[in-house]
Write a protein that binds this ligand. Sequence first.
Ligand code: 5GP
Ligand code: ZN
Length: 118
Amino acid sequence: MDCLFCKIVDGEVPSTKVYEDEYVYCFKDIDPIAPIHYLVIPKAHISGASEITEENSGLVAKVFEAAAKIAKAEGIENGFRIITNCGEDAGQTVKHLHFHLLAGVKMGWGKESVNAVE
Ligand code: 5GP
Ligand code: ZN
């Protein structure tokens, strides 16, 4: 399967690792939109949030466990945001489930957070 994030997990494509365990890999986003912008992903390939099932949802729990650990380790308990884009309208560009972990700036919340393009 030709998946960029599977290649990152395998080390075939280089990345800046932030955290790793048996199920989860976390690395710095190549084009950050906040002072802290990490991607937290299950090592196993799931194409997006719409493909989460009873069988694989335990991996999502592992991702969130890891995110809490990362937040503590990185000292960002003051606040962080976790986002997953799913499908075309949300602008998902990489079809391997990933959660954007954003921090290091006070973030707004409202209609402008959707950043509508049409
Ligand atoms: P999406 O748009 O699918 O929600 O998020 C994909 C994210 O992956 C984007 O924020 C983009 O900057 C990041 N990204 C794309 N290619 C690479 C890469 O090769 N390395 C890293 N570290 N991040 C990438
Ligand atoms: Zn993949």
